[in-house]
Structure formats: C-alpha cells, structure tokens
Ligand binder design. Structure first.
Ligand SMILES: [Fe+2]
Length: 241
C-alpha cells in the first residue's frame, strides 16, 4: 500500500533491496531453516528472541540520529513519522519494544519479557548501526536501515507463520510480527525515498549500495549468531503453556 499516492515510489532502491534480499535467501539460513523445518525447540527460539529484543529496543536510536542529520525538513518528515510509530504514536503500551515484550510474555511468561544482559552479538549490531548512522555518508545509513526494514518484513512473515504452525502462539495473539510483516516494506520505502535520487549520481550511488550491503551483512550476521544461542540452563524460564 502506498500511503502517499501522489508521490512517486523509490523504485530503483526497492529493486536493489529486493535483489539483495533474494540473494540473502533468509529462508535457507540456519536460523530460519531450523525454525521452519521444526529443528528449533521452543526454549531455544524463546532465548534467541530475548536476545533479539535488544535490537528492537535499540533500532529507533540510529533512526533518530539520521533524522538529526538530515538538513532538509521535508526529508525528515517520513523518518519522523516512522520514528513516532516506533514509539507507539506516543502511547507507551504500543511502543514496538512493548509489543515485542508482549510477544515474549506470550511465548515464555512474564519473566521472559525481562531483557537478558546485552549479548556481544547484539552489542556489535547496535554499535555498527550507531556508527553508520552517525558517521557514514547519510546515504549509507539510510540505505542500511532501509534494507533492514525491508528484510524484516519477510523475516516477520517467516516467524509469524512458524510460531503459529508450531502451536507456540495463537494467531490472534501474534501482534508484533504480524504488524511488521505488514508495515516494514513501507517503512523501508520511506528511507529509500530520501536517497532515490542518488541513483543518478555515481558518487552518491556508491554510498547507497554500500549501505544496502552493510544492512544485509549485519542482519545475516545477527541471525547467524542467533542460530548459535543455547537455551538457558539451570533456572531456565518456565514456558508459557
Ligand atoms: Fe518498521
């Protein structure tokens, strides 16, 4: 759906992101392959998603850094809209991290929604996004976050289908991933609108391509790391029936 029908679409950025997303082949990556084919236990999935919560909680901050760096107030608007939506349209119960905690609670009980200490893999992901969005060329940070949103739309669908098929969560209780499966390609397009004109300027285009590739690298690496997560031992979380 295009919420701005009067405006053109960032077709070249979207085509490049689609080609890259296909090249990433997320459904065959170990994390998603195991989840889809049933090789991942509910305990491991829950613990990996508790790690991932640090990415959800952090994502609006590099986004805000980009908003602060954009000199044109019109370009800031779409990102601001996305940023406000990350903050639940000013309602705390609808913050994206709130809906993600709700997902964790439904999967593993109230304790599961308490974020674990920051794992190194998530720390590295956060640091890379901060660095790119603060110090790289603007086109690079925008393309990087745009690709991550674009990929997350597909990954949200994969996860939503898998957790319902496994019977881990009832479809009507699946708020976070269902929402992101629906809205994140549009969020990606909002990032890409700002940089679409760079395709006509070789010296800017290279920064866009670099940013898309960085987003792909970071997200693939992150899920490779999540595929290595082990369930909590000993005092393991009691799973929500
Ligand atoms: Fe989003």
């Amino acid at each position: 759906m295009n919420p701005h029908p009067s405006r053109s679409r960032p077709l070249r950025c979207l085509a490049a992101a689609e080609a890259l997303r296909q090249a990433c082949d997320f459904p065959r990556q170990p994390y998603f392959r195991d989840l889809i084919q049933g090789g991942m236990s509910r305990e491991v999935f829950l613990e990996s998603q508790r790690h991932f919560a640090h990415a959800v909680a952090f994502f609006p901050r590099p986004m805000a850094a980009l908003v602060a760096r954009l000199p044109d107030p019109r370009q800031r608007l779409d990102l601001l809209r996305n940023l406000v939506e990350e903050h639940g349209d000013f309602r705390e119960e609808a913050f994206h991290i709130s809906s993600f905690r709700d997902f964790l609670t439904r999967l593993g009980g109230v304790e599961a929604a308490e974020l674990p200490p920051l794992p190194p893999a998530l720390h590295a992901f956060q640091a890379a996004l901060s660095g790119s969005c603060s110090f790289d060329e603007l086109e690079t940070g925008l393309a990087c976050l745009g690709f991550i949103e674009y990929a997350f739309a597909e990954l949200s669908t994969l996860i939503a289908v898998a957790v319902v098929e496994r019977g881990w969560i009832a479809p009507q209780e699946l708020r976070h991933y269902r929402l992101h499966a629906r809205i994140d390609e549009e969020h990606a397009a909002e990032f890409f609108m700002v940089i679409e004109s760079a395709w006509d300027e070789p010296e800017r285009r290279i920064h866009v391509e670099r940013g898309l590739a960085l987003g792909a690298q970071l997200f693939r690496r992150l899920y490779d790391d999540l595929a290595e997560v082990k369930p909590m031992s000993g005092q393991g979380l009691a799973l929500h029936a």
